[in-house]
Structure formats: C-alpha cells, structure tokens
Design a protein around this ligand. Structure first.
Ligand SMILES: NC(=O)c1ccc[n+]([C@@H]2O[C@H](COP(=O)([O-])OP(=O)(O)OC[C@H]3O[C@@H](n4cnc5c(N)ncnc54)[C@H](OP(=O)(O)O)[C@@H]3O)[C@@H](O)[C@H]2O)c1
Length: 294
C-alpha cells in the first residue's frame, strides 16, 4: 500500500483520533493534518505521518492531500475566536479541503457534520455546518457526509460532560430535560468513516449516525449518576435562563457554554426517518448503556 493513503484533517481531535486509531488498526497508512499534529500523542508508527496544516491555508491543505486516496474532514471549531470564524473553518475550510482533494485525484471524501445541520437554524454554528455540507457537495459530488448525534466514549465526550455536571450539588436541566438525544459511540462513528471509505459503491450519500437507543437528557444524567453511585437533585432551568447565561459566558476566551450549545439542546438530536444510517454501512451501534459499561 502507498504511504499516507488516507489524510485525516482534525486527526488529533476527540473524534479524529478515534478515526486515526481505527484506520491504523486496520492497516491503513494515515496522515494526520491539523495545526498541532503532535497533540494526540500517537506512538510513532510506520503507518502514521503527521503534518502541520491549517485548513484555512491553500498551500498546507494541498500538501496534506498530496498522494492520498481518501480524505476525512473531522476539523471542528465550537466557538469563534479573533481571526477564526465558523465561516472560515466550517464553510471555506471544508470547501477548500474538498476542492483540493478533488484536484489531487482523491477518490473518497468524508465530511463530518452533525445532526440538525440547517441553513435556517438560529445558531451561527449550525448554519455554518449546513453551508459546509453544501460547499463540500458542490466541490466533491461523491463525498459522503456523516452527521453524528452527540458522540461519547466511556469517559470522554458526552459522558464526560454528563459526569462533570452531575458533580454539582444540584444538577441544572436544559428546560425540563426532555430533549431527545441519540448518543453514539465514538468507535462506531470511526468505523462508519472507514466503511464509507471502503464500500465499493460508497459516496454521494448523507448518513445520520445515532446510537442504538434514544433517551431524554434527564435519562442520560440519571444513567451516569447511577454508574458513578452519585445522587443529586435535578432542577429544571428555562432555556431563556440558559441563553442569558450563555450570553455572559460566551464572552470568555474559552467559554464553558455558548449560545449555539443552548440552541442545539432546544431541539431533539436524533436520526431522521428519511436518511441513511448505520445499518446502511453494516454497523450495529452501541446504546449509551453499553458505552458507559465499556
Ligand atoms: N463531539 C461531538 O459530540 C460531536 C457531535 C456531532 C458532530 N461532531 C463533529 O465531529 C467533528 C469533530 O469534532 P470533535 O469533537 O472531535 O472536535 P475536537 O476534539 O475539537 O477536534 C478538532 C480537531 O480539528 C483540528 N482543527 C481545528 N482548527 C483547525 C484548523 N484551522 N486547521 C486544521 N485543523 C484544525 C484540531 O487540531 P488543531 O487545534 O491542532 O488544529 C483537532 O484535531 C466536527 O465536525 C464536529 O462538529 C462532534
């Protein structure tokens, strides 16, 4: 096999590093491309190449896709910073990666987006994700777009968020805690990326990736408290209060809560009825109970 047959933009992130690990375990040669490629601390391996790359920069993206057969875009930006906007990363960056991958002769492009991506959303983040999907599709028609629900590992991602909030003396709920979520195992999303690359007829599809069961946010909190042997009262907090809190916290350099996160929690985040899903990739996803027991 050629060197660096798969480039993973954002390969040091929570999801990106799971994708890289899964691909290396399966014998692929992987190139991680992000601004700080040593951050994930992958052990040195003949199957792994690391490249400093900013998805905002044509030259470094060109270098990153050179010689690759497949490209995965798992770059994320959850809040804007001076000089770093949702548009620059999620729209222009994604479009640049797709365009330059196409020009370099890449045959598979997998774009990671999220369930609920919509150009009509009240959230600038969610709108940018939707526009990112559109530009990727325009630049790389056969791209696969994967939209996961909230992603979790046993102690990382969504489970970590739940764990931290249930350490408070009183657990504040988003609204009444009734938002429906379909938490998905990070390893299942990584496997979906690999299958999307490997499937002979793959490409040109949108898939929504949710775990095996749907839960309310309140149920998720209850499950983590049960696992941790923790008992805390849960208190409903109106979304208006969350929005006001996010408006204040959103001014911090590293905001612990953003307006976009609140907006995302106002709507159910579950797999739709008219879209591709795990079953189309031959994957049986784990439920949150199973993820928390791993
Ligand atoms: N986590 C979830 O629950 C969840 C749910 C649904 C969808 N998703 C989607 O999954 C994808 C990955 O999310 P994540 O949670 O794994 O993100 P993450 O942990 O924040 O990782 C982000 C990755 O992007 C890289 N990156 C950021 N800015 C970059 C830039 N300008 N140029 C190149 N690389 C850049 C980061 O590395 P450097 O900082 O070193 O550049 C890092 O490797 C995103 O598309 C996200 O929207 C996540």
């Amino acid at each position: 096999m050629d060197k660096a047959e798969i480039t993973v933009f954002g390969g040091t992130g929570f999801l990106g590093s799971a994708i890289v690990r899964d691909l290396i375990d399966q014998g692929y040669h992987v190139r991680i491309a992000c601004r700080h490629p040593d951050k994930a601390g992958f052990p040195a391996s003949d199957n792994l190449e690391k490249m400093a790359c900013d998805i905002q920069d044509d030259d470094s993206v060109k270098q990153a896709v050179r010689g690759a057969r497949s490209v995965v875009n798992a770059v994320s930006l959850y809040y804007e910073k001076p000089g770093l906007t949702f548009d620059a990363v999620h729209v222009k960056g994604a479009g640049r990666a797709a365009r330059l991958a196409k020009e370099a002769g890449v045959t598979r492009f997998v774009q990671i987006s999220g369930i609920g991506a919509s150009v009509d959303s009240a959230s600038a983040y969610v709108r940018a994700r939707a526009r990112g999907e559109q530009v990727v599709r325009a630049e790389f028609e056969e791209a696969t777009i994967l939209r996961p629900s909230v992603i979790s590992d046993r102690n990382d991602g969504f489970a970590d968020n739940l764990n931290r909030v249930t350490k408070l003396p009183v657990v504040p709920l988003f609204g009444r805690g009734e938002t429906r979520l379909q938490p998905v195992y990070v390893g299942d999303v990584a496997a979906a990326v690999r299958r999307a690359i490997e499937m002979p007829e793959g490409g040109g599809r949108d898939l929504e990736l949710g775990g095996d069961r749907i839960y309310s946010y309140r149920e998720c909190l209850r499950m983590i408290m049960q696992r941790e042997g923790r008992r805390r009262p849960m208190v409903p907090v109106p979304f208006l209060c969350w929005r006001m809190l996010a408006a204040i916290l959103g001014r911090l350099p590293r905001p612990p809560l953003t307006r976009d996160q609140v907006i995302l929690m106002e709507a159910d985040n579950v797999v739709g009825s008219q879209v591709g899903r795990f079953a189309d990739l031959g994957i049986q996803p784990l439920s949150l109970e199973e993820i928390l027991r791993l």
